[in-house]
Design a protein around this ligand. Structure first.
Ligand SMILES: Cc1cc2nc3c(=O)[nH]c(=O)nc-3n(C[C@H](O)[C@H](O)[C@H](O)COP(=O)(O)O)c2cc1C
Length: 221
């Protein structure tokens, strides 16, 4: 797949088939993604993959925390902090587009909560991975991990593997650190549910819009 085509056709996948992605495929993909650039070549990323019985236990523990009303306790500042104006509008549009695609009314709070819970059920994906970096690291190191992350998602996409990045999976790090093999001293930045996409699922036809190119660039001579 040509790079531009891969970038244009990747999208978040929210319904999956049951089959695991073989470990050697994941190793190959991560072997390429690790070539991402990083500040002073520090390569602060770590990937912890959770499958099978461990994945089932993790889902149960995360869903228990969420439904018991535990307040989120992410280590790193989550994505929604500091949003204003047009950024808040886009977040709202993103949520509404998602609920509309599922046929959920905008005021149907129960259905929206049920759908939100799918985050901690990994959207039915058979596997999930967690990106972590040392706890003391800051924004630029997070950018390094982000570069690795996009490469990883595109490489999965190239092989017909779908995925969805999930900040929600950094909100309750207790179960994640108990079950996934997160290196000592690291904290979770983001999760990624992944697997082979269910191509019959309506939700997988959802495509989010983007700002026009002239809105995101300025040229000065
Ligand atoms: C860092 C990051 C965190 C995200 N967290 C979530 C999440 O917790 N739950 C969710 O459903 N989608 C999440 N997303 C997916 C975004 O909503 C999605 O990427 C965006 O709407 C653009 O859609 P696309 O990925 O289909 O192009 C996240 C994306 C990124 C990059």
């Amino acid at each position: 797949m040509e790079l531009g085509q891969a970038i244009r056709t990747r999208h978040s996948v929210r319904a999956y088939l049951d089959d695991d992605v073989p470990e050697d495929v994941l190793r190959d993909v991560i072997d390429v993604a690790r070539m991402a650039p990083s500040s002073s070549n520090t390569q602060p990323w770590h990937v912890a993959v959770v499958s099978g019985e461990a994945r089932r236990r993790l889902e149960a523990e995360l869903v228990a925390e969420v439904t018991e009303g535990v307040k989120p306790y992410p280590h790193f500042q989550p994505g929604g902090v500091g949003l204003f104006g047009e950024y808040k509008d886009r977040r709202r549009e993103c949520g509404l587009g998602y609920y509309d695609a599922l046929g959920i009314g905008r005021d149907d709070v129960d259905a929206r909560q049920r759908i939100a819970l799918k985050n901690w059920q990994f959207f039915g994906a058979p596997q999930v991975l967690f990106l972590s970096m040392p706890a003391a690291f800051g924004q630029v190191n997070g950018l390094d991990v982000g570069l690795f992350f996009q490469s990883l998602m595109l490489l999965l996409h190239e092989r017909g593997i779908g995925c969805i990045p999930q900040g929600a999976l950094a909100q309750f790090p207790g179960p994640v650190k108990r079950i996934a093999a997160i290196p000592e001293g690291n904290e979770v930045l983001c999760g990624l549910s992944f697997g082979y996409p269910d191509l019959d699922a309506d939700i997988n036809t959802l495509r989010m819009t983007r700002r026009p190119v002239d809105d995101v660039v300025s040229f000065t001579r």
